[in-house]
Write a protein that binds this ligand. Structure first.
Ligand code: HDE
Length: 730
């Protein structure tokens, strides 16, 4: 036991040391009181307020090298943002495997449960520019860099398990279509415009991904509450050289939760940095986000046993067919010190591999393998981007690559070629014991063709599977999302083509969307069609092989079945003014914080409030500086004076109405109930009643039972049952 603890301690110290190495390489960590301002050449500067002039009122002199150096550096501060995934946020952490995966893979970081591998993770949206809102309806990037002892391994995934297109050659078209339109650069970080839906309506293969992108998955409550997926099928290869197919998953321990669309739009105005701030604050407070790493493993002999092609990135493997085995845990426990140096300069690449993991021939993945290094060259400006501290491998790097822009390494000696005798033959190939990377020796016997396999042609079955697997509120949200998106499309023919396409997925879906658009679902489509759509518009020809699905619904695809037993890190607003019931607040605050929630006092103004017993509490936000969309739930304590003051505040009424409309848990005790009545909740509430789903009221001074009801309601995330009746003015 003691030995075990000691081992763990040593291991922890090792990871910390390794992690520290990742960022402190060129960190400017000096922090002494006698630190002087200098130029970049180390020359001390006496005056940082005035440039050098010919006389006090004279012209500035060109000679002022201090001014010139400062301004020149400033002029060059920006680098090109990422072509896609420009908006992102990153954090450090570690990964630990639960048990050795040796039977499946020889990857060293997946062998020893005692070993911690340092990681850096960057989450992102895809379409928006670097300064765009976090709450755009979009796919989220989920890119993980493992700093393993065998070199860096990057798992560059998304929060959606499939993709829009099947072949990399369509990627520039997809991105051009979704980005702001080129003539006026509108709209920012939004797919709700003509060019995107024009393209999509001509790409039947995108329909499965569209279902996900229109679902609540595309508006996460938090980056800490979303799944991650490797998307493509990869290979695991073990020590004996045996290969198996593998799909990668990240399962958040807090469950998968989202906001509602109206909320997303409002958060975008109130706090465009909502996700970035949420991640930073959670890590900063010690509430470290965690995901379990899952794998779906398929034997090589079973490659063709499914009714879809494993190489097709528009398909997932239903968990009913191949269960997800949870094999380890990712924990994010350290924020970056400097956003630019770490989050902006980190360079991921699906081609950063370690022995034991390999690619498949998925044509989307194959194209990505070219793109990522290429893009770093224009973004980071040099093939030496691997020398930037955040990108450095912990495994030592030895090769004969030399020079180029911004080279950091000072290679010694006269030898930069191989084979050599002058350098003693160094560095040696690892070939002798084959400890280096060996590509899986897949047998290929093929003609060179520019074509797609017919096994990729079934574009609708899994879109239908996804739609059918959703709960009723989730289906409604998809229909509403499509009404919104297509409602922003100006060209009627595009709307109609999309309705036709949706009808191939599900008739109720198509009819629901059509009703919102004031259109009929067409039975055939006209207009310019691409090659994947038959000229006569016959839907049967879309999918020569709409295969019979082995599963009709899959529980794992619905967020209704996610973790709903915790309120850890949930943000609860307490609406209060002077004279609030302090005893009640104490009961609720203690109960909520004990469960790991974050409680904030929201009042008509900033400063401190005086409670019923003369107790003073600090106000966290005024009603002007925060809105209910930034919280998960609301509590209104009693106290006549407090409730009367709040009843006269339009913002307080609006706060409650909005929380109600967004189906959030609301609690009110004693006179607090009157504020609800002033807002939307008419009628009298008796003692200790739960008037409606997610609304907890108590006319008696609150005890533990009421607080527990509230906690349970928050844990359920949203009371969707209210959605259809919630006709409140918000
Ligand atoms: Fe990417 N993608 N991508 N992608 N991708 C980039 O690389 C690309 C795709 C993903 O936080 C770029 O360094 C092509 C699928 C993430 O830094 C670029 C194709 C998936 C990130 C690029 C795809 C992803 C990127 C832009 C189709 C999920 C952000 C900046 C063949 C499995 C990484 C950069 C970060 C970033 C190309 C499709 C995930 C241009 C050509 C599918 C998470 O190289």
């Amino acid at each position: 036991m003691a030995k075990n603890i000691q081992q763990k301690k040593t291991q922890k110290a090792k990871t910390q040391k390794a992690a520290a190495k990742i960022t402190d390489l060129s960190a400017n960590t000096e922090n002494s009181a006698d630190q002087f301002l200098t130029t970049n050449q180390g020359l001390r500067i006496n005056d940082n307020q005035n440039s050098l002039k010919a006389g006090e009122r004279g012209a500035t002199l060109l000679e002022d090298f201090i001014l010139r150096e400062k301004i020149t550096h400033f002029d060059h501060e920006r680098i090109p943002e990422r072509i896609v995934h420009a908006r992102g946020v990153g954090a450090h952490g570690f990964f630990q495997v639960y048990e050795s995966m040796a039977p499946y893979t020889k990857a060293k970081f997946l062998q020893d449960p005692a070993a911690r591998t340092p990681v850096f993770v960057r989450f992102s949206t895809v379409a928006g520019f670097r300064g765009s809102t976090d709450l755009a309806r979009d796919v989220r990037g989920f890119a993980v860099k493992f700093y393993t002892e065998e070199g860096n391994y990057d798992l560059v995934g998304n929060n959606i398990p499939v993709f829009f297109i099947q072949d990399a050659i369509k990627f520039p078209d997809l991105i051009h279509a979704v980005k702001p339109e080129p003539h006026n650069e509108v709209p920012q970080a939004a797919s709700a415009h003509d060019t995107f839906w024009d393209f999509i309506s001509l790409m039947p293969e995108s329909m499965h991904m569209i279902m996900w992108a229109m679902s609540d998955r595309a508006i996460p409550r938090s980056l800490r509450m979303m799944e991650g997926f490797g998307v493509h099928t990869f290979r695991f290869v073990n020590e004996q050289g045996k290969s198996r197919f593998v799909k990668f998953h990240w399962k958040p321990l807090l469950g998968v939760h989202s906001v509602v669309w109206d909320e997303a739009l409002k958060i975008s105005g109130n706090d465009p940095d909502f996700h970035r701030r949420d991640l930073y604050e959670a890590i900063d407070s010690g509430a470290f986000p965690e995901w379990e790493f899952g794998v779906q493993i398929v034997e090589e002999k079973d490659e063709h046993k499914f009714d879809f092609d494993l190489l097709d990135p528009t398909k997932l493997i239903p968990e009913e067919l191949v269960p997800v085995k949870r094999i380890g845990k990712l924990t994010l426990d350290r924020n970056v010190d400097n956003f630019f140096a770490e989050t902006e300069q980190v360079a991921f690449h699906p081609g950063h591999l370690v022995p034991g993991i390999d690619f498949t021939n998925d044509p989307l993945l194959q194209g990505r393998l070219f793109s990522y290094t290429d893009t770093q060259l224009s973004r980071l400006g040099s093939p030496n981007f691997h020398e930037i501290p955040i990108n450095r491998s912990l495994a030592p790097v030895h090769n004969n690559q030399r020079d180029a822009h911004m080279r950091q390494t000072i290679n010694q000696g006269r030898v930069s070629y191989e084979p050599n005798t002058l350098g003693g033959g160094c560095p040696f190939q690892a070939g002798k014991d084959m400890s280096g990377f060996v590509s899986y020796a897949e047998k290929i016997d093929a003609r060179k063709v520019r074509a797609r396999s017919p096994s990729f042609f079934d574009h609708f079955s899994q879109a239908t599977l996804f739609f059918n697997s959703q709960s009723e509120p989730e289906q409604t949200h998809i229909i509403n999302a499509l009404r919104f998106e297509l409602g922003k499309v100006e060209t009627i023919a595009i709307r109609e083509r999309m309705l036709f396409m949706l009808a191939q997925v599900d008739k109720t879906l198509a009819n629901g969307v059509a009703a919102g658009l004031g259109l009929q679902v067409p039975t055939k489509i006209n207009g310019p069609l691409n090659q994947s759509i038959p000229a006569d518009g016959d839907p049967k020809k879309f999918q020569p092989q709409r295969a019979k699905q082995e599963v009709g619904t899959s529980a794992a695809l619905s967020m209704a079945n996610t973790v709903k037993d915790t309120i850890r890190t949930r943000k609860i607003a307490v609406l209060a003014a002077d004279g609030f019931d302090n005893a009640a607040l104490t009961v609720f605050k203690n109960a909520l914080t004990r469960e790991g929630a974050v409680v904030k006092i929201v009042a008509p103004r900033l400063g401190t409030l005086t409670g019923s017993e003369g107790t003073e509490v600090d106000i966290d936000f005024s009603l002007l500086t925060c809105k209910s969309v930034l919280f998960d739930a609301v509590y209104v304590p009693g106290g006549e004076q407090s409730v009367t003051a709040l009843s006269n505040e339009a913002d307080a009424i609006h706060f409650l109405n909005e929380a109600y409309k967004h189906c959030k848990a609301i609690a009110a005790t004693t006179e607090g109930i009157d504020l609800l009545s002033a807002a939307f909740l008419k009628g009298d509430a008796g003692a200790d009643v739960i008037a409606e789903e997610g609304i907890i009221l108590s006319r008696n001074p609150p005890g533990k039972k009421v607080a527990t009801e509230f906690i349970n309601a928050i844990a359920r995330h949203r009371a969707w049952g209210r959605e259809n009746k919630a006709h409140v003015p918000a």
